[in-house]
Design a protein around this ligand. Sequence first.
Ligand code: OSB
Ligand code: MG
Length: 368
Amino acid sequence: MKIEQIELREIRMPLKSPFETSFGLTSIRRMILLKVFSEGMYGIGEVACGEEPGYNHEATDMAWIALTDFLLPHLIGKNLEDAFGFESTAKKIRGNHFAKGAISMALHDVFAKAANLPLWKFLGGTKTMLPIGLSIGIKQSPEALAEFLSQQKTSGFKRFKLKIGPGRDLAFVDAARNAIGPDTALTVDANSAYSLADTALLKKLDDYNLQYIEQPLGYDDIVDHATLSKELLTPICLDEPIHSSDDVRKAHLLGSGKVINLKLGRVDGYAESIKIAKFCAANNLGLWCGGMLESGVGRAHNLALQTLPGFTLASDTAPSNRYWETDIIEPEISMIDGMASPLPGVGLGVNLRDDLIHNLTARVLNIA
Ligand code: OSB
Ligand code: MG
C-alpha cells in the first residue's frame, strides 16, 4: 500500500480526576493521533508517552519532533508490502519508542482494513474474553484509598493495582488489602521509585498476597531487579526497561522478573509485541497489557493486542468512562463483569468522534 498522506494531530484531554504516580501528577493528557491514508482508507495510532519525560525519556513535544523531522519523512510516499514494512527503517532511528509505536498502530489498522479483517484477527489474536484490571493513582491517605476501593466493590475489575512510592506504600497497601478482602487480586506499581537500599521495606510487601510488584527499581534496570527477585516471595513485574523482545529475553536470563507489562508504544509497536507474547508463552512468564492513560484510539489498540495467545493476566485497559467524560471514539471501550471483548468492526473497529476531536485539537500537521 502506498502511504499517500499523513496527518499528525495533538489533542489535549482533561482527565476526570488527576492521576498521581511516583513520578508526577497528570491532569490533562496530551497525546498525538497519527493517521496514515492509503487507497481511500486510513489507519490510526496514538503516541501515548507522557507530557514530560518522567515515565521514560519520551514526551509529547519530543515525539512530535521525532515524527516530523526523523520518522515520517521516511514513510510518506512509500509503497509498503505489509504492516511490518516500516520496521527496518524504524530500527535505524534509535529510541523514540512511542513515536514509532503510533506508526506501527496506524499501519496495522490500515492493512487490516485492506484485508477486510478486524485488527485483532489480522494480528492472529484468539482470545475473546479479556480480563481487565484497574490502575489506581496515589490517593491523599490510606483512608481515602480504602474509601475509593469500597466504592469499587461492584465494579467487577479482575485486579486492582495501586500506585505506590516512598512514604506512600505499606500503610496504603494495608488499607487496600483490608478494604478488598484477602482474595481479590491486588498489585502495586512503584514506577521505579525505590532502590536495593529499600529491600527490607519491599520485603514487607510479601505479607499482602500481591500478585506481583511492578517496577520497584530503576527505570532502565534489569540487574538489580534480578537481585531483588531472589529476596522477595512476591513475583516482580517489569514495565519501564522493556523495549523489545530481546530485553525480555535478557531479563528472563537474569531472573529479573516473572511477569511482563507489555505496552505497545514502549516496544515500538506490534512487531516486537507479537514476539514478546510468543516468548512469554514459551517461557512461562506472566503477561498483560499496560496502559498510558490513552484515549479510545490507544485503548482500542490495547484490546486488539491482548487477544494474542500469551496474555495470562488482567490488563490495564479500563473502560473509557474511567478516565474520560466523553471518549473520542464510538462505541466507547466498555466491559461487563470485568471482561472486555475484542472490537468486531473491520480494522481498529471504532469510529472517530471528529466533532469532539476538533475541539480538543492543539495543533495539526498534514504531510503529503
Ligand atoms: O506505569 O503503568 C504505568 C499511567 C501512566 C504512565 C505509566 C503507567 C500508568 C498506569 C495507568 O498505570 C494505566 C492505565 O492506562 O490505566
Ligand atoms: Mg507501570
